[in-house]
Ligand binder design. Structure first.
Ligand SMILES: Cc1cc2nc3c(=O)[nH]c(=O)nc-3n(C[C@H](O)[C@H](O)[C@H](O)COP(=O)(O)OP(=O)(O)OC[C@H]3O[C@@H](n4cnc5c(N)ncnc54)[C@H](O)[C@@H]3O)c2cc1C
Length: 381
């Protein structure tokens, strides 16, 4: 079967690419293992076992999901350790006010630069878009800890910012890049919401253009590409968008390039009674010393608990009693360590999308839009 374009992978990048091609009237086929990818929403439990929130300025990712409950930043408790914790608005935050002001000034500048960067990323590869703005380029290569020191908000970072960033990624300030940290921490400045993902709605939007297939091999064929799947089917296309996780893309294309290393996250949905100091808060966030990353109460009173270790016994640290209702482990949750870069334009007709160069649903959706725009432009010539 021949298509003008085949998109491999149906996560945020692949779905976004598909919807953008569809809006432009382009013919395509999507081959994917699981629609949604790291958006793993359980209809039955009404919880997210993968990506957990979207920000109100996620203009690209918002097409894929439905915004639900607002996460109230005033109902978050920040835990230094078992004995020391403080709420968003407290005497402690008043004490930290001068440094928090410094953080919010840095965030203001970040959001301004990042918004312009996003506009460029629709039509430029991320590398070029970064080069066009030395501020963003510097953050991609800088450790968060160094950025924090440079901007002089170490104490506010220790008490608040680093914990929020850790809740989003499971990574400490010495390892995450300043770009990823500030990208996550936009959530301390713009409204954030839990979301649901309606797989059937996306499937019906894509219609016959999406198939459940696992691609095993890609090779050059005439002027295009030939793809072989685990089921033994063969597909050919003039263009291929590889919207697979970077480690899969690397394998499929037999690339000899360094990748950023990934973090691990384990997600538990539990019916639980939390220990007193964790109860009654919409969210508890922790420092990197804790293997529990965050707890969040769901609308039905159950909890979602993220941890960076898969040992279930960890739940005893925050729960008096619990019953596990669901659990998903992510061995390769996000590409967060280091500043290796993956090219998006691989060769004529072969494009790479995904979250390798920037984590989260929004940058990923944007990388899908970029790939779609490259194809659309090709046929406008
Ligand atoms: C636990 C967790 C929490 C997170 N929380 C947030 C959050 O709150 N907010 C946020 O913005 N981001 C969050 N993220 C990050 C975000 O989920 C990812 O950055 C984003 O979803 C990546 O999208 P993607 O399309 O690049 O990759 P994926 O979503 O991984 O999609 C890749 C797709 O490729 C398919 N595939 C793989 N191999 C093949 C193959 N051989 N053939 C065919 N198809 C294949 C997969 O099935 C999948 O559909 C979180 C991630 C995790 C794991």
């Amino acid at each position: 079967m021949h298509s003008r374009t085949i998109i491999v992978g149906g996560g945020s990048a692949g779905m976004s690419c598909a919807l953008h091609l569809k809006e432009s009237g382009q013919e395509f086929l999507m081959l994917t293992d699981i629609l949604g990818g790291r958006i793993r929403y359980s209809e039955e439990e009404k919880v997210n076992f993968g990506a957990y929130f979207v920000m109100s300025n996620y203009h690209f990712a918002k097409k894929l999901v439905t915004r639900r409950t607002w996460i109230n930043p005033f109902s978050v408790t920040f835990h230094n350790n078992d004995k020391e914790w403080f709420n968003t608005i407290s005497l402690h935050s008043v004490m930290r006010l001068p440094q928090l002001v410094k953080f919010y000034i840095a965030l203001y500048f970040f959001i301004r630069h990042y918004s312009r960067y996003k506009i460029r990323c629709q039509t430029m590869p991320q590398r070029q878009a970064m080069a066009a703005d030395p501020y963003i380029d510097k953050l991609f290569h800088q450790r968060a800890a160094d950025f924090i020191r440079e901007k002089g908000f170490e104490k506010a970072a220790h008490d608040y910012v680093s914990k929020f960033s850790y809740a989003c990624t499971g990574v400490d300030m010495n390892n995450i890049t300043a770009l990823d940290m500030m990208n996550c921490c936009m959530g301390l400045g713009v409204p954030i919401h839990r979301f649901s993902f309606d797989r059937q709605a996306i499937e019906s939007k894509l219609g016959y253009r999406a198939r459940q297939e696992s691609v095993e091999k890609i090779q050059r064929f005439n002027n295009g590409y030939l793809l072989e799947t685990a089921s033994g089917a063969q597909y050919s296309a003039d263009n291929v968008v590889l919207a697979t996780p970077a480690f899969v893309t690397k394998k499929l294309l037999n690339l000899d390039i360094p990748l950023r290393q990934t973090c691990q996250l384990y997600v538990y949905h539990v019916e639980a009674v939390l220990k007193e100091k964790y109860a009654d808060r919409q969210m508890n966030v922790f420092s990197f010393e804790s293997e529990i990353v965050f707890t969040a109460i769901m609308d039905d009173g159950s909890y979602l608990i993220y941890a960076r270790d898969q040992n279930e016994k960890l739940l005893d640290k925050v729960c008096s009693h619990y019953k596990i209702l669901g659990k998903v482990g992510w061995d390769k949750a996000m590409y967060v360590y280091g500043d290796a870069y993956m090219e998006q334009d691989f060769e004529d007709g072969l494009y790479i999308a995904g979250d390798h160069n920037g984590l989260g649903l929004e940058p990923t959706a944007l990388s899908g839009v970029y790939a779609a725009n490259r194809i659309i432009k090709k046929y406008q010539r």
